[in-house]
Design a protein around this ligand. Structure first.
Ligand code: ADP
Length: 279
């Protein structure tokens, strides 16, 4: 992954002011706002929520991009069933894959083999992040949703610093204390980088038994509300566990999974409303 001019492209007027580079930087010009999807730890459903929010925003008529830079588990291609595609390049940069009305770019679509572990060090990851972000033909977007790796490490920090447009964040947690402890760091991270938090999303929030209809709090309850209080942000949604939704996601059919899970969709609608309300 590298196509940046080293300063010898022939179209530079002087060293350090490459016109190719300027054009690359311009590819982000049409992106109005970045929505960072953060979580303190893996497995809370951050990628699933990022994808679902992007799809539902697109359904509401917004122009949406989704950038998956979860280097150690780029799951967006799997959620949309396109893990065997590879990114193609257009005149100016990478061409996003259009899925369910969303322009998707994923680090998983540039790896030689989707099953290979990414063992790049920080600088290599930051370089790849910068390239995917700045050298993609995003076009006009109302929102670019970013699926970062869990935690508040290098990628989230570099990502924030590389995004020239206004940014807001969604913090995804599950209801139990061990997930919440890590999410408190996300809240602190956003405060330090002055990224406003739109709200907290509590995922896997209860399970409604398909047989008897009774609700079970598998991971406890109330955690999202506590975190929202700490973040001084609203608890936007409490998305239930839905085994049918999980199956569709595993089968690469997230958009169909959303269509068939009204309980999940109803909560996501609240998130979409919160994102678009400020516009
Ligand atoms: P993360 O990005 O936080 O590591 P993922 O989005 O990859 O987590 O989700 C982990 C697993 O949980 C996936 O198999 C996903 O399909 C499943 N999952 C996420 N949210 C839900 C939900 N609300 N109901 C059922 N399964 C879910």
């Amino acid at each position: 992954m590298s196509s940046s001019c080293s300063g010898n492209c022939g179209s530079c007027s002087s060293a350090g002011s490459c016109s190719e580079k300027k054009e690359e930087a311009n590819l982000l010009k049409g992106v109005r706002e970045a929505i960072l999807v953060l979580s303190g730890k893996g497995g809370v459903g951050k990628s699933t929520v990022a994808a679902s929010v992007a799809v539902e925003l697109a359904k509401s008529g917004k122009k949406v991009g989704l950038l998956d830079v979860d280097f150690h588990g780029p799951s967006q291609p799997t959620l949309f069933g396109i893990q065997y595609l590879r990114l193609e390049e257009g005149q100016k940069g990478f061409l996003p894959v259009e899925v369910a009305g969303v322009k998707l770019i994923s680090v998983g679509l540039v790896l030689d083999d989707p099953d290979h572990a990414v063992i790049w060090r920080g600088p290599a990851k930051n370089g790849a992040l910068k390239q995917l972000l700045e050298e993609t033909e995003w076009g006009e977007l109302d929102y670019l949703v970013l699926d970062f790796p869990p935690g508040t490490g290098d990628e989230a920090l570099s990502g924030c610093q590389l995004l020239p447009m206004p940014k807001r964040a969604l913090v995804v947690t599950t209801p139990q204390e061990v997930a919440l402890a890590d999410c408190r760091k996300c809240v602190d991270f956003c405060a330090k980088l002055e990224v406003p938090i739109i709200g907290i999303i509590e995922n896997m929030s209860g399970f409604v038994c398909p047989d008897c209809g009774s609700r079970h709090e598998l991971f406890g309850s109330g955690g999202g509300a506590l975190l929202a209080k700490k973040a001084n942000a609203p608890l936007l949604a409490q998305i239930p566990m839905d085994p049918a939704f999980l199956r569709r996601c595993d089968d690469g059919e997230l958009p169909a999974g959303l269509e068939n899970s009204p309980a999940v969709r109803a909560e996501l609608d609240k998130v979409v409303n919160a994102i678009t309300a400020a516009k």
